[in-house]
Design a protein around this ligand. Structure first.
Ligand code: FES
Ligand code: MG
Length: 586
């Protein structure tokens, strides 16, 4: 049997003084000395739910079921809070908090007597934050997703989280609906506890946690309100205790093969563009080298199989009924697109867990041979505007294709006049300014929205055209920026331009009125100016003005953060891999 790490705190006969000190307070809430000293695994429940985090709040209830499972299997549960993150409520942006929650959780996992941990996940950044920490500390860890909300409905139509906001905003801007109707439509998309029910960043990251092998098969898709969600919580609690006994650690699961599987699966599910940032960050903290180009190399030529909003039609409940992640992986395994031998928290492999889990609804999870789109992954662009930026091709609409990609000679390229905004405030203030003369041949740029610039990097790149164009039926223009966009947005924007303007990237020298050429076939994005002009602009580029930090963490975040291309990690922290193995116990 493995010697439990918690015994270094609770059961060290050579040091009775410290053992007594470590033990005494924990005896105050129901646990006896015998329990804590009997070799029962001590299991943390990393609680991401709170009143401020409604997407994860349901975990406050689910934790009771997790505890039951832990106790059933002979473990002892300790629940503790993780720094709260809520995507839509946090200002200036929740992206700031991912690295903070990560750092906080690393301290807790390393510094307290825990043998294993249940990672509760849900809202966008909660999933990568806890996985990054589990990878860094490398104690046995298992993910419990909170599950998507029930489907939203409005007048007989599905209303999906976030996605409906983009649609309703256009209707409101066009004067088709009132302010009150706008509010009611948006509220209809959040009918229950749970996280976003679209394939936004939340459902994407929970699905990919399952693909990585870090949750029990079938965990991600179960809606938050369903009976099966509570059962999954119980089973997850049970399983982590045995994982401790088997000494099955994140480093056994988070291998290069697992990350390659995640990239492939992300295309098949129509996953969020934010996945590239978070998966690359988790990989770095696990000590696996993953490059942004891997997303195109491994992920582009994979079909879109899941018909969920924003790339498709359905929502979380249908995804679950059709079989969820295991049914998607079954299709990909059949086509030999995955590493079937990648290990998972079950102790068995992805292949063993998912082979034969046939889709129960071919409308929602398609057969590999009959996809919604054949090559649906991200492409990675480069040029004098940036070293890398990504574009999610599964959301390029017919309207966009016929307007911008219909040139007979070069059907993958388009040119336009640049309109440049200095961040979201400038965009909101200026987009309807008639002097900008924005027409359908313009490309909207936003800069100052990367990890350093905003700070955290804002989900603002998908910009709505001016109201005058919307009234003429032009509902989207090409958008490019150094920030991100919400995973619930169906906009084919060019995102995550790295380096960002605030770090001296090419976007910093762009001027409103410049001609820009985007060639999706050649994967290039360039300002059409001479080399001399470019050089002189670079030499004379004004130092980009960034807003002063408003909080101490913003300041520290800016000093330590890397670019979106490499996961926007606190760069210094990526030197701390498997810290127990490297540095021993605290
Ligand atoms: Fe929290 Fe979407 S806003 S899951
Ligand atoms: Mg988001």
């Amino acid at each position: 049997m493995v010697r439990l790490r918690s015994s270094l705190w609770f059961d060290d006969p050579s040091n009775p003084g410290m053992t007594a000190l470590y033990l005494e307070r924990y005896l105050n809430f129901g646990m006896t000395r015998k329990e804590l000293q009997s070799g029962r695994p001590i299991i943390g429940i990393a609680q991401t739910g709170s009143d401020l985090a409604p997407c994860n709040r349901h975990h406050l209830e689910l934790a009771h079921r997790v505890r039951d499972g832990i106790r059933e299997a002979g473990g002892v549960a300790f629940e503790f809070p993780v720094h709260t993150i809520q995507e839509t409520g946090k200002r200036p942006t929740a992206a700031l908090d991912r690295n903070l929650a990560y750092l906080g959780l690393v301290e807790v996992l390393y510094g307290y007597p825990l043998d294993g941990v249940v990672l509760t996940t849900g809202c966008d950044k909660t999933t990568p934050a806890v996985l990054m920490a589990a990878a860094t500390v490398n104690i046995p860890a298992i993910v419990l997703s909170g599950g998507p909300m029930n489907n939203g409905w409005w007048k007989g139509r599905r209303t999906g989280s976030g996605t409906i906001v983009w649609e309703a905003r256009l209707k409101h801007a066009a004067g088709e609906i009132s302010y009150d109707e706008f509010m009611d439509i948006v509220a209809s998309s959040a009918p229950s506890v749970g996280h976003c029910n679209t394939m936004g960043t939340a459902l994407t990251m929970n699905s990919l946690a399952e693909v990585l092998g870090m949750s029990l098969p079938g965990c991600a898709a179960i809606p938050a309100t369903y009976r099966e969600r509570g059962q999954m919580a119980f089973d997850t609690g049970k399983r982590i205790v045995d994982m401790v006994r088997e000494n099955l650690k994140p480093s056994d699961i988070l291998t290069r093969a697992a990350f390659e599987n995640a990239i492939v699966a992300n295309t098949a599910i129509g996953g969020s563009s934010n996945a590239a940032v978070h998966i690359n960050a988790i990989a770095r903290h696990a000590g696996i080298s993953l490059d942004i180009i891997d997303w195109e190399r491994l992920g582009y030529d994979v079909p879109l199989l899941v018909d969920l909003q924003p790339a498709g039609r359905f929502l979380g409940e249908e995804f679950y009924r059709a079989g969820g992640v295991p049914a998607v992986l079954n299709e990909l395994l059949g086509a030999e697109k995955l590493h079937a031998d990648a290990r998972t928290v079950t102790g068995t492999t992805v292949g063993e867990n998912c082979k034969g889990r046939v889709s129960e609804d071919r409308e929602v999870i398609r057969a590999f041979e009959n996809p919604i789109m054949p090559s649906a992954g991200f492409i990675v662009l480069r040029g004098n505007l940036f070293d890398s930026a990504i574009m999610k091709t599964s959301v390029i609409s017919q309207e966009f294709r016929s307007r911008y990609l219909s040139d007979q000679d070069d059907p993958d390229a388009f040119e336009g006049r640049a309109i440049v905004f200095e961040g979201p405030e400038d965009y909101h203030h200026s987009i309807n300014d008639p002097s900008l003369n924005i027409d359908m041949h313009c490309i909207l740029f936003i800069r100052g929205t990367g990890p350093i610039g905003y700070p955290g990097s804002a989900e603002v790149v998908n910009m709505q055209p001016p109201d005058t164009l919307i009234r003429q039926g032009i509902t989207s223009l090409p958008c490019i920026g150094d920030g991100r966009q919400s995973g619930t947005s169906g906009s084919p924007s060019i995102l995550h331009a790295s380096p960002e303007a605030a770090a001296g990237g090419g976007l910093a020298v762009l001027r409103t009125g410049d001609r820009v050429r985007i060639d999706l076939g050649r994967r290039t994005a360039n300002i059409l100016i001479s080399e001399e002009e470019l050089r002189s602009r670079r030499e004379n580029a004004p130092i980009p003005q960034i807003k002063p930090s408003q909080t101490p963490w913003q300041e520290l975040y800016r000093r330590t953060v890397g670019q979106l291309e490499t996961g926007a990690c606190a760069d210094f922290a990526t030197d701390y891999i498997d810290i127990i193995a490297r540095h021993g116990e605290p």
